[in-house]
Structure formats: C-alpha cells, structure tokens
Design a protein around this ligand. Structure first.
Ligand code: PLP
Length: 353
C-alpha cells in the first residue's frame, strides 16, 4: 500500500515567495538593496570551473568563521540557512508527540516543523502591550517540554532578553531537562549575544544566519553553535555537502573585508532610524525595537488593502500582521538603506489616504 506521512500530507505551507524579482522586497527581512555589484564581481572572479564542479569543502571556511566569532571549529555546524539548523535541532532534541515551547508571535517555521514532525507547539504569548513577561516562559517549562525556543531579538516584535532573563530560562530548562535553542537570526543588528551560553552549557544550541545583515539570503547559509557533543548530534542530520560553495565564498569575503560588516550594519540601521523618524513625524504609530523590521499602524486604510496596493501599484512587497497587541492589524516592513526607505514612505503616503 502506498504510504504518505499524515503529518506531511496535512501540513499547510506557503509557497508564495516566487516572482519577487523587480519588486522592492521589504517583506522577508532581507537587505532590499543587497551588496555592491563590485563586491559581487570581486568574489565571482575567483569562481573557476573546478570551484563549481567540486563538492563544497567546509573546513577552511568553518575555521575562518570559528575564529571570527570566537569559537572552535568543533562548536559550529554549517547549515543551508538557519531554518535548516532549526529543523535539525527540532528533529534531534524533541520526541514524536513531544512538546516544544516558543513565544508568540514569532518566526512561523517553528510551528511548521512541529507539525511536520508531529510535535506539539506550546506558545507563551506577548501581552496586550506587546511585551513578554519572562516569568511566563519560566512558569511554562515543565517535564513535558522537550525543547524551548527563544529569539534574541524576536521576529516580528524586536524585543530582546537580558542575561538575567536567559539565566532564569536556562535554570528552568536544566531543572526539567529540556534543550534550549536560541535563535539569533538578527544578531549584529543587535550586538548582545548569548553565544557563551551555547558554549558553556550542554543542551543549549544557538542559530545564526548570513541572510540578514550579511545580505546573502540567496546564498542560503547559516550555522548552529553548541558544545562539541551537541554539534555532533546536529551534524548527523545534515544532508551530504549541505552548504554550497558560493555561500561560503561570499560569507568568507565579507568577514575578511575589514570594516565591511560594520558598514552594512550602520547603513541598514541608519535607514531604519530614518524610516521611523519620518513616519512618526507624519503621525504614524511605529512599533520598533531591535532587528531590521518595524510594525506600522496604517492611518486610514485597512492593512491588508495597503499590502495589496503596495504590491500591485507600487511594486513593493510588505507583510500584514493581524491583531498585533496595542496596534491591531498593521504592516510589518523590513528596513534597509535610506534610499529604499524613501521609496516606501512616498508609496505609503500615496496609498494610505
Ligand atoms: C527568527 C528567524 N529565524 C530564522 C530565520 C531563517 O533564516 P535563514 O533560513 O535564511 O537563515 C528567519 C528568517 O526570516 C527568522 O526571521
């Protein structure tokens, strides 16, 4: 008899992320402009037929990355985007039917993976002021939870944890023997990291990506950090040669180019500040914390309608978030360089009448 896994059969996935070329992409927290053409050409000039024909070798890049972030090679597992790393952590550190605790709202893929692998999502929700009471996370950790996922900063809220918060969460995780995953996809936009927690504690893993500040979403590269024993577990799940040579070449060139990362962060954060200041001056309510994204409450039109008009009339992609505490239905907009922010502001003023 043919067999299809019921979890997969019933899984709801969104596959609308095609045909985005030619649009100003402010929907998925990428860099809407990207790296300079000169830099792209410089990296590509090193691409030879052998480079393309050969299976990618990870050791050289992993060694450089390890040095760059201050860990040992044994503490890193490269993944094909951090979404892949998160999936591996869920696969390895929670049991079929087990419970995974995360905050809500947050990155949608945690719940998708839960359904995919037959895990149960348990959510700790932000309050009516869009704030997270860390004690609510701590109180929800019990012997039934296999894995706790926190984000620093959170997408889409942008809030962050301090050391005291994470100490409390980690103590509860240890007490109830559950693994802690810290998702730092937006690290560098907000430089406070919990990397040391992953290095110093068994059953604590941390994921990062090259898709955001590094502007390499198309190259699909991320990594998982943890103690050697935990990284060996994650590595066992990797498909052979799971990260591609182009992603590593671009990432390596960025980390080796003196000052490039700082410039990327600065440009993108300047653009974010510009957007917020400008919109607030125009009377918009903007909820913005850390990360390269903000919530904007429309002044006149319905948020869903604005998202549609932005796409159809202005060729700008943004997202709607419904029922955001304190804000209601609002726009979630990825930020980037000032020039792009100006385009968005002009378009919003034309549409939201
Ligand atoms: C919080 C968070 N984690 C992980 C990811 C996955 O990023 P990638 O798979 O591109 O590394 C995203 C992407 O938007 C995200 O917002």
């Amino acid at each position: 008899m043919y067999y299809i896994n019921e979890n997969v059969k019933n899984l709801f996935r969104i596959f609308d992320q095609n045909s985005r070329e030619g649009y100003l992409r402010m929907d998925l927290n990428e860099n809407p402009v990207g790296l300079s053409q000169d830099f792209i050409d410089e990296v590509l000039s090193k691409v030879t037929p052998e480079f393309v024909a050969k299976y990618p070798e990870q050791l050289e890049f992993t060694t450089k990355l390890a040095k760059f972030i201050g860990v040992e090679v044994e503490n890193i597992c490269l993944v094909n985007g951090s979404a892949e790393g998160i999936r591996y952590v869920i696969q390895a550190y929670s049991r079929p039917g087990g419970k995974i605790l995360s905050v809500s709202p947050s990155y949608a893929m945690y719940d998708v993976y839960c359904e995919m692998y037959g895990r149960e999502s348990v959510h700790v929700c932000y309050d009516e002021n869009l704030e997270m009471n860390v004690n609510n996370i701590v109180d929800s950790i019990n012997d039934d939870i296999d894995l706790v996922i926190i984000l620093n900063p959170n997408n889409p809220v942008g809030d962050v944890y301090n050391y005291e918060d994470v100490d409390k969460i980690l103590t509860a995780c240890k007490k109830h023997e559950c693994t802690l995953l810290i998702d730092e996809a937006y690290f560098y936009f907000y430089p406070n990291s919990f990397l040391n927690y992953a290095l110093e504690n068994e059953h604590v893993l941390l994921t990062r990506t090259f898709s955001k500040v590094f502007s390499l979403a198309g190259a699909r590269l991320g990594y998982v950090v943890g103690q050697k024993k935990d990284i060996e577990i994650v590595q066992k799940l990797c498909t052979p040669h799971n990260v591609n040579a182009f992603g590593m070449a671009f990432a390596e060139a960025i980390i080796e180019k003196e000052g490039m990362l700082d410039q990327l962060v600065e440009k993108q954060l300047n653009g974010k500040k510009y957007l917020i200041d400008n919109l607030r001056e125009k009377g918009y309510t903007v909820s913005a914390k850390e990360g390269n994204f903000v919530f904007i409450k429309p002044k006149h039109l319905d948020a869903t309608c604005i998202v549609k008009k932005m796409k159809e009339d202005k060729k700008i992609l943004i997202k709607v978030y419904k029922n955001v505490p304190n804000l209601g239905d609002c726009l979630r907009v990825s930020t980037g360089e000032i020039e792009m922010m100006d385009k968005f502001i002009d378009a919003l003023e034309d549409i939201d009448l």
